[in-house]
Design a protein around this ligand. Structure first.
Ligand SMILES: [Zn+2]
Ligand SMILES: [Zn+2]
Length: 130
């Protein structure tokens, strides 16, 4: 599901790490202004994540299928759509230190020049995790 890898800025050549996607226990959002990553755990989201799982109608990830099933079965609230969930998670995440909003759709940026024009470093370790 999630992955992290090294990137090289096409503008200034700075090497940095990119966290993309999130894992089976958390999301990774990026600030749409400066590109800073912030992870939000499903535990922290509580009922919001439970409502999303219920709306999903199936497990979120292979590794969490048992607990996902348990949660969606035992959650008494109303299910929500993925769109609504994404919006609520973004609201929950709040504002970045720079004043920008954290978004699922925002991508990582170079920490030095804030450019989102970068390429994956072919020599860095590409880590995938669930
Ligand atoms: Zn740069
Ligand atoms: Zn920011």
């Amino acid at each position: 599901m999630g992955q992290s890898f090294g990137a090289i800025c096409n503008q200034c050549g700075t090497k940095f790490m990119v966290d993309a996607g999130g894992g089976s226990a958390f999301h990774v959002l990026h600030c749409e202004t400066c590109g800073q990553a912030k992870s939000i755990s499903f535990e922290e989201l509580g009922d919001l994540h439970a409502a999303y799982l219920k709306g999903l109608g199936g497990p979120y990830a292979h590794s969490t299928r048992k607990s996902d099933k348990f949660i969606s079965k035992n959650f008494a609230g109303e299910p929500i759509s993925e769109e609504e969930y994404d919006q609520k998670v973004e609201e929950h995440t709040g504002l970045c230190g720079c004043g920008g909003h954290f978004r699922f759709s925002a991508s990582a940026r170079c920490p030095k020049c804030r450019n989102n024009d970068w390429t994956e470093d072919p020599y860095s370790k590409h880590v995938r995790y669930e």
